[in-house]
Design a binder for this molecule. Sequence first.
Ligand code: HEM
Length: 486
Amino acid sequence: MLLSSFILASLVLVLLYLLLLHKDNISSIPLVSYRNLPVVGHLIPFLRDRRKFLMECHQRYGQCFTVKLLTQRITFVLSPFDWATVARNSSLYLPEHEFGIKVFDTGNSVIGFQQLNIEVHRYYTRYLKNRDRLQPIIVEFVLNLRKLMMHERMALKNSKNLSEWISTDLITFSHRMLFEPSSLALFGEINPLSIENDFRLFDQKIHYFNALLPSWIYSFFFRRELQTRFRLNNSWFSKIHPLHESDFIKHRADLLLDHPEWYSAQEFGGNQTAMMWASLANSTPALFWCLLYILRDTKALESIQQEIDMYLPSFSLDDDLSISLVSEWTTARLNSCVLLESAINETLRLVATPMVLRKCLHATDITLNDGRILHLKSNDAIALFSAIAHRDGNLFPDPDKFIFDRFVQKNADTVLGFMPFGMGKNICPGRYLARYEIKICIALVLRHMEYKFIDMKTIPTEQKHRIGVGIAPPNENVPIWYRYKS
Ligand code: HEM
């Protein structure tokens, strides 16, 4: 009796398993096969080289397929014709609360997060997505970058080395141009250099935190990184409202501080660190790639130089007599630099690899452009991955070539297949600021510096573990020489 019940139960289980397997097979969205590793699924090839893995899946399974990473299934949607439908679906959400807790220690309170998130999105619209409201941040950024260049130039002049070439590498150069000036422009008179090492160390290891591993793994294996994060989060208490902080940061900070029932002081620090990271982590490699592509393209340079001379007033790095001209670096004038804007967008097309991840709150069906229906259950995940469309010759002829004026007279936000900043409600609110900062850096380099690349052709590879975050930094150093014009 016992034996026959056992056999019956086993048969039912086998039947159920086959049914489930069959369901996967008959689904119109293919599940990428993971034959020998049923528990980990595709985790290993995904971690090893996710761009290569997704390109292979694309070749084999087409524009939409499901992969399994441990227990999480993620359906990848590669066709730009489907992105807007996914981005508009109200059953899907960006799991930023989960990321915030694990990555930055931003606080557990779900209600607090939901309430404040609505308000914070209003601030994004008011302060960051509104080009006019960015003006004070832009002026602060130009002032701070000018100061940094002026000090370096003065120091070289005083040591009678102004004509000597300085040797560095392009990512260090890009980091330096953005880190201090951008942090000061957003957060006011904090002391960015005092947290620079911690910021760099944490940023280099952030992909481990993005993997959302169980907490004990971090406590056990990532003690140094946790201490670094603790120091970064604590650094925000020395001055809650530093002088010259931007309205955006001021109002966001007040919102968090006004609700101690949701956020502890340490968690407030976590939220500040998260914003600082968001404002620099993609912009710095983006500046690197823009400088690499634009400064090595003589044709692009000629036209961009003329445009900069026409629209952006020049000020001296020798004295403060012309400092008032900084306020004339308006968003309107920067918007007029359409060739530079196009060259930046073209660089982003070549290097941006964001994985726009959404989790499913309630079961939902999504009808794809080709008529197939994608069934998602609660807790399923879906990811839009734009890097493949960015190199699609049907959307962008000659896709591997840097064509600096490709985006002229196009609204980059509406170009089909171009998605460096995500999409929908959670599209990057810093995208205008990022482009302005990059424009300013390039304009000031062209105006005040001479430079030499040791190698004019090689394109470095990207750090594989950063593919999916936004813009991956390079794997190899790109040595450059520069000096200030006399
Ligand atoms: C070239 C530089 C940048 C790139 C490529 C980039 C890319 C992205 C991407 C792909 C997302 C996710 C969007 C989505 O899920 O749909 C994002 C979100 C975000 N970015 Fe950026 N970003 C850049 C610069 C900035 C800057 C300068 C700031 C800050 C001022 C910023 C602040 C944010 C914030 C706050 C979010 C989260 C938005 C939300 O919660 O809805 N980003 N960014």
